[in-house]
Design a protein around this ligand. Sequence first.
Ligand SMILES: [Zn+2]
Length: 289
Amino acid sequence: MYLYKPTSHILYLLTFDIEAWYHLYPKPYKHVIFQKDVYPASLERDTRRIFHLLEEKSLKATFFWLGEDAKKHPGLVRELHDYGHEIGVHSFSHLRIREMDKVTFKLNTEQALKTIEDITGEKVKSYRAPDFSITEKDLWALEILQDLGIERDCSTIAGSHFGGQIIPAAPFLIKNNGVVLKEFPVSSFPFLGHNFKYAGSGYFRITPYGFLNHKITTSPYVMSYFHPRDFDTLIHKKIKWDPYLKLKYRMGAGRAFRHLGQLSEVIPWISLREAENGIDWEAAEVVEI
Ligand SMILES: [Zn+2]
Protein backbone atom coordinates (compact mmCIF):
# COMPACT_ATOMS: atom_id res chain seq x y z
CA MET A 1 0.00 0.00 0.00
CA TYR A 2 1.15 3.54 -0.77
CA LEU A 3 1.55 5.33 2.55
CA TYR A 4 1.32 9.06 2.88
CA LYS A 5 1.50 11.20 5.96
CA PRO A 6 1.80 14.96 5.66
CA THR A 7 5.45 16.13 5.80
CA SER A 8 7.02 12.66 5.74
CA HIS A 9 6.00 11.09 2.42
CA ILE A 10 5.41 12.10 -1.14
CA LEU A 11 2.19 12.06 -3.08
CA TYR A 12 1.93 12.87 -6.78
CA LEU A 13 -1.58 13.00 -8.20
CA LEU A 14 -2.26 13.01 -11.93
CA THR A 15 -5.62 14.40 -13.01
CA PHE A 16 -7.23 15.55 -16.25
CA ASP A 17 -10.40 17.57 -16.81
CA ILE A 18 -11.91 16.07 -19.94
CA GLU A 19 -13.98 18.73 -21.66
CA ALA A 20 -14.34 20.18 -25.15
CA TRP A 21 -11.76 22.85 -26.09
CA TYR A 22 -14.18 25.79 -25.88
CA HIS A 23 -14.82 25.74 -22.10
CA LEU A 24 -12.58 28.73 -21.46
CA TYR A 25 -12.48 31.37 -18.74
CA PRO A 26 -13.11 34.19 -18.19
CA LYS A 27 -16.52 34.06 -19.86
CA PRO A 28 -18.21 35.03 -22.04
CA TYR A 29 -16.31 34.44 -25.21
CA LYS A 30 -19.19 34.63 -27.65
CA HIS A 31 -16.96 34.36 -30.71
CA VAL A 32 -15.56 31.12 -29.28
CA ILE A 33 -18.96 29.62 -28.57
CA PHE A 34 -20.01 30.57 -32.10
CA GLN A 35 -17.20 28.33 -33.39
CA LYS A 36 -17.71 25.44 -30.99
CA ASP A 37 -18.70 22.97 -33.70
CA VAL A 38 -15.71 23.83 -35.90
CA TYR A 39 -13.29 21.42 -34.28
CA PRO A 40 -15.18 18.41 -32.87
CA ALA A 41 -12.40 15.85 -33.24
CA SER A 42 -10.01 17.40 -30.76
CA LEU A 43 -11.30 15.94 -27.48
CA GLU A 44 -11.16 12.30 -28.59
CA ARG A 45 -7.80 12.68 -30.32
CA ASP A 46 -6.08 14.59 -27.52
CA THR A 47 -7.50 12.37 -24.76
CA ARG A 48 -6.32 9.26 -26.63
CA ARG A 49 -2.85 10.80 -26.83
CA ILE A 50 -2.85 11.15 -23.03
CA PHE A 51 -4.24 7.60 -22.67
CA HIS A 52 -1.41 6.16 -24.79
CA LEU A 53 1.24 8.06 -22.84
CA LEU A 54 -0.06 6.63 -19.56
CA GLU A 55 -0.22 3.13 -21.06
CA GLU A 56 3.39 3.48 -22.15
CA LYS A 57 4.48 4.61 -18.68
CA SER A 58 2.15 2.18 -16.80
CA LEU A 59 0.56 5.04 -14.85
CA LYS A 60 -2.99 5.52 -13.60
CA ALA A 61 -4.78 8.85 -13.34
CA THR A 62 -8.14 10.40 -12.48
CA PHE A 63 -10.13 11.70 -15.45
CA PHE A 64 -12.79 14.22 -14.43
CA TRP A 65 -15.31 14.03 -17.28
CA LEU A 66 -17.75 16.73 -18.19
CA GLY A 67 -21.17 15.00 -18.40
CA GLU A 68 -22.12 16.44 -21.80
CA ASP A 69 -18.81 15.29 -23.30
CA ALA A 70 -19.00 11.85 -21.66
CA LYS A 71 -22.37 11.48 -23.40
CA LYS A 72 -20.71 12.19 -26.77
CA HIS A 73 -17.76 9.83 -26.15
CA PRO A 74 -19.09 6.84 -24.15
CA GLY A 75 -16.65 4.40 -25.75
CA LEU A 76 -13.64 6.43 -24.63
CA VAL A 77 -14.99 6.81 -21.07
CA ARG A 78 -15.48 3.03 -20.92
CA GLU A 79 -12.01 2.29 -22.30
CA LEU A 80 -10.32 4.53 -19.73
CA HIS A 81 -12.38 2.97 -16.94
CA ASP A 82 -11.75 -0.61 -18.09
CA TYR A 83 -8.02 0.07 -18.28
CA GLY A 84 -8.05 1.03 -14.58
CA HIS A 85 -8.12 4.81 -14.64
CA GLU A 86 -10.48 6.49 -12.21
CA ILE A 87 -13.44 8.31 -13.75
CA GLY A 88 -14.47 11.40 -11.78
CA VAL A 89 -17.04 14.08 -12.59
CA HIS A 90 -16.58 17.72 -13.64
CA SER A 91 -20.27 18.82 -13.72
CA PHE A 92 -22.59 18.29 -16.70
CA SER A 93 -22.30 21.53 -18.64
CA HIS A 94 -19.33 23.41 -17.15
CA LEU A 95 -21.23 26.06 -15.21
CA ARG A 96 -19.39 27.52 -12.23
CA ILE A 97 -21.07 27.00 -8.85
CA ARG A 98 -21.93 30.71 -8.55
CA GLU A 99 -23.80 30.55 -11.84
CA MET A 100 -26.30 28.09 -10.33
CA ASP A 101 -28.77 27.96 -7.47
CA LYS A 102 -28.98 24.85 -5.25
CA VAL A 103 -31.64 23.12 -7.34
CA THR A 104 -29.81 23.71 -10.63
CA PHE A 105 -26.49 22.58 -9.14
CA LYS A 106 -28.04 19.37 -7.84
CA LEU A 107 -29.77 18.58 -11.14
CA ASN A 108 -26.66 19.41 -13.17
CA THR A 109 -24.40 17.22 -11.01
CA GLU A 110 -26.95 14.36 -10.89
CA GLN A 111 -27.23 14.42 -14.68
CA ALA A 112 -23.45 14.19 -15.03
CA LEU A 113 -23.19 11.37 -12.49
CA LYS A 114 -25.97 9.36 -14.13
CA THR A 115 -24.39 9.79 -17.58
CA ILE A 116 -21.00 8.54 -16.40
CA GLU A 117 -22.24 5.80 -14.07
CA ASP A 118 -24.53 4.40 -16.80
CA ILE A 119 -21.44 4.06 -19.01
CA THR A 120 -19.02 2.55 -16.48
CA GLY A 121 -21.44 0.75 -14.15
CA GLU A 122 -19.49 2.15 -11.20
CA LYS A 123 -20.29 4.84 -8.61
CA VAL A 124 -18.36 8.08 -9.16
CA LYS A 125 -16.71 9.33 -5.96
CA SER A 126 -14.39 12.12 -7.09
CA TYR A 127 -15.45 15.63 -8.12
CA ARG A 128 -13.85 18.82 -9.41
CA ALA A 129 -15.87 22.00 -9.90
CA PRO A 130 -15.39 23.89 -13.19
CA ASP A 131 -12.81 26.66 -12.70
CA PHE A 132 -12.17 25.49 -9.08
CA SER A 133 -15.34 27.39 -8.25
CA ILE A 134 -16.26 26.12 -4.78
CA THR A 135 -15.63 29.13 -2.55
CA GLU A 136 -16.61 30.07 0.99
CA LYS A 137 -19.79 31.58 -0.50
CA ASP A 138 -20.82 28.26 -2.05
CA LEU A 139 -20.40 25.89 0.90
CA TRP A 140 -23.94 24.60 0.38
CA ALA A 141 -22.52 22.73 -2.61
CA LEU A 142 -20.54 20.42 -0.29
CA GLU A 143 -23.70 19.02 1.29
CA ILE A 144 -25.24 18.32 -2.12
CA LEU A 145 -22.05 16.62 -3.29
CA GLN A 146 -21.99 14.40 -0.19
CA ASP A 147 -25.71 13.56 -0.65
CA LEU A 148 -24.89 12.48 -4.21
CA GLY A 149 -22.18 10.08 -2.98
CA ILE A 150 -19.10 12.21 -3.67
CA GLU A 151 -16.31 11.48 -1.16
CA ARG A 152 -13.28 13.23 -2.70
CA ASP A 153 -13.19 16.82 -3.88
CA CYS A 154 -10.48 18.64 -5.85
CA SER A 155 -12.01 22.11 -6.15
CA THR A 156 -9.77 24.12 -3.83
CA ILE A 157 -6.38 25.76 -4.38
CA ALA A 158 -3.52 25.30 -1.91
CA GLY A 159 -2.53 28.60 -0.32
CA SER A 160 -5.83 30.36 -1.07
CA HIS A 161 -8.07 31.92 1.58
CA PHE A 162 -11.17 29.92 2.41
CA GLY A 163 -13.59 30.80 5.20
CA GLY A 164 -10.93 32.75 7.11
CA GLN A 165 -8.39 29.91 6.78
CA ILE A 166 -5.59 29.07 4.37
CA ILE A 167 -5.99 25.93 2.27
CA PRO A 168 -3.18 23.46 3.18
CA ALA A 169 -0.73 22.13 0.59
CA ALA A 170 -1.67 18.51 1.40
CA PRO A 171 -4.82 16.37 1.48
CA PHE A 172 -7.12 17.48 4.29
CA LEU A 173 -10.64 16.98 5.63
CA ILE A 174 -13.08 19.78 4.95
CA LYS A 175 -15.93 19.98 7.47
CA ASN A 176 -18.96 22.17 7.23
CA ASN A 177 -22.37 21.84 8.84
CA GLY A 178 -22.12 18.07 9.36
CA VAL A 179 -20.54 17.43 5.96
CA VAL A 180 -17.08 15.80 5.74
CA LEU A 181 -15.24 15.48 2.43
CA LYS A 182 -11.70 14.40 1.64
CA GLU A 183 -10.12 17.38 -0.05
CA PHE A 184 -7.18 17.24 -2.47
CA PRO A 185 -6.15 20.84 -3.25
CA VAL A 186 -4.46 21.86 -6.47
CA SER A 187 -0.79 22.74 -5.95
CA SER A 188 0.33 26.35 -6.15
CA PHE A 189 2.93 28.79 -4.88
CA PRO A 190 2.58 32.54 -4.27
CA PHE A 191 3.79 34.66 -7.20
CA LEU A 192 3.17 38.39 -7.60
CA GLY A 193 0.17 38.25 -5.29
CA HIS A 194 -1.36 35.34 -7.18
CA ASN A 195 -1.56 31.57 -6.55
CA PHE A 196 0.54 30.18 -9.40
CA LYS A 197 -0.93 26.72 -10.12
CA TYR A 198 2.29 25.44 -11.67
CA ALA A 199 1.26 21.78 -11.95
CA GLY A 200 -1.41 22.24 -14.57
CA SER A 201 -2.83 23.79 -17.70
CA GLY A 202 -1.54 27.25 -18.78
CA TYR A 203 0.76 27.63 -15.77
CA PHE A 204 2.45 24.31 -16.60
CA ARG A 205 2.71 25.24 -20.29
CA ILE A 206 4.49 28.54 -19.68
CA THR A 207 6.84 27.35 -16.92
CA PRO A 208 10.38 26.35 -18.02
CA TYR A 209 10.98 22.60 -17.71
CA GLY A 210 13.99 22.93 -15.39
CA PHE A 211 11.94 24.83 -12.85
CA LEU A 212 8.94 22.50 -13.19
CA ASN A 213 11.13 19.45 -12.70
CA HIS A 214 12.80 20.96 -9.64
CA LYS A 215 9.56 22.18 -8.09
CA ILE A 216 7.66 18.92 -8.63
CA THR A 217 10.45 16.53 -7.63
CA THR A 218 11.17 18.46 -4.42
CA SER A 219 7.55 18.92 -3.31
CA PRO A 220 6.04 16.31 -0.95
CA TYR A 221 2.58 16.80 -2.47
CA VAL A 222 1.67 17.66 -6.05
CA MET A 223 -1.85 17.80 -7.48
CA SER A 224 -1.77 18.30 -11.24
CA TYR A 225 -4.62 19.27 -13.60
CA PHE A 226 -4.55 19.15 -17.38
CA HIS A 227 -7.05 19.40 -20.22
CA PRO A 228 -6.88 17.74 -23.65
CA ARG A 229 -6.52 21.22 -25.23
CA ASP A 230 -3.34 21.92 -23.23
CA PHE A 231 -1.46 19.66 -25.62
CA ASP A 232 -3.24 20.67 -28.83
CA THR A 233 -1.24 22.69 -31.35
CA LEU A 234 -3.70 22.28 -34.25
CA ILE A 235 -6.39 24.22 -32.40
CA HIS A 236 -4.71 27.50 -33.24
CA LYS A 237 -4.97 26.79 -36.94
CA LYS A 238 -8.60 25.67 -36.81
CA ILE A 239 -10.12 28.36 -34.59
CA LYS A 240 -10.21 32.09 -35.27
CA TRP A 241 -9.91 33.86 -31.96
CA ASP A 242 -8.55 37.11 -30.60
CA PRO A 243 -4.87 37.76 -29.77
CA TYR A 244 -5.44 37.47 -26.00
CA LEU A 245 -6.95 33.97 -26.23
CA LYS A 246 -4.35 32.97 -28.77
CA LEU A 247 -1.63 34.00 -26.34
CA LYS A 248 -3.32 32.44 -23.30
CA TYR A 249 -4.06 29.09 -24.93
CA ARG A 250 -1.16 28.78 -27.37
CA MET A 251 1.84 29.52 -25.16
CA GLY A 252 3.75 26.34 -24.46
CA ALA A 253 1.20 24.01 -26.10
CA GLY A 254 3.90 22.62 -28.39
CA ARG A 255 6.14 21.48 -25.56
CA ALA A 256 3.66 20.71 -22.73
CA PHE A 257 3.02 17.10 -23.79
CA ARG A 258 6.74 16.42 -24.07
CA HIS A 259 7.26 17.90 -20.60
CA LEU A 260 4.50 15.73 -19.13
CA GLY A 261 6.14 12.70 -20.75
CA GLN A 262 9.56 13.62 -19.34
CA LEU A 263 8.15 14.12 -15.86
CA SER A 264 6.27 10.85 -16.11
CA GLU A 265 9.61 9.04 -16.49
CA VAL A 266 10.56 10.05 -12.93
CA ILE A 267 7.32 10.89 -11.12
CA PRO A 268 5.22 7.99 -9.70
CA TRP A 269 1.89 9.65 -10.53
CA ILE A 270 -1.22 7.98 -9.14
CA SER A 271 -4.99 8.55 -9.23
CA LEU A 272 -7.06 9.93 -6.35
CA ARG A 273 -8.66 6.55 -5.83
CA GLU A 274 -5.23 4.93 -5.38
CA ALA A 275 -4.10 7.73 -3.08
CA GLU A 276 -7.06 7.74 -0.74
CA ASN A 277 -6.49 4.38 0.91
CA GLY A 278 -2.83 5.07 1.58
CA ILE A 279 -3.43 8.36 3.36
CA ASP A 280 -3.43 8.50 7.14
CA TRP A 281 -6.58 10.62 7.46
CA GLU A 282 -6.25 10.67 11.27
CA ALA A 283 -3.09 12.75 10.79
CA ALA A 284 -4.54 14.99 8.11
CA GLU A 285 -5.38 18.60 8.82
CA VAL A 286 -9.05 19.46 9.37
CA VAL A 287 -10.42 22.67 7.91
CA GLU A 288 -13.72 23.36 9.64
CA ILE A 289 -15.77 26.23 8.30
ZN1 LIG B 1 -13.09 22.54 -16.75
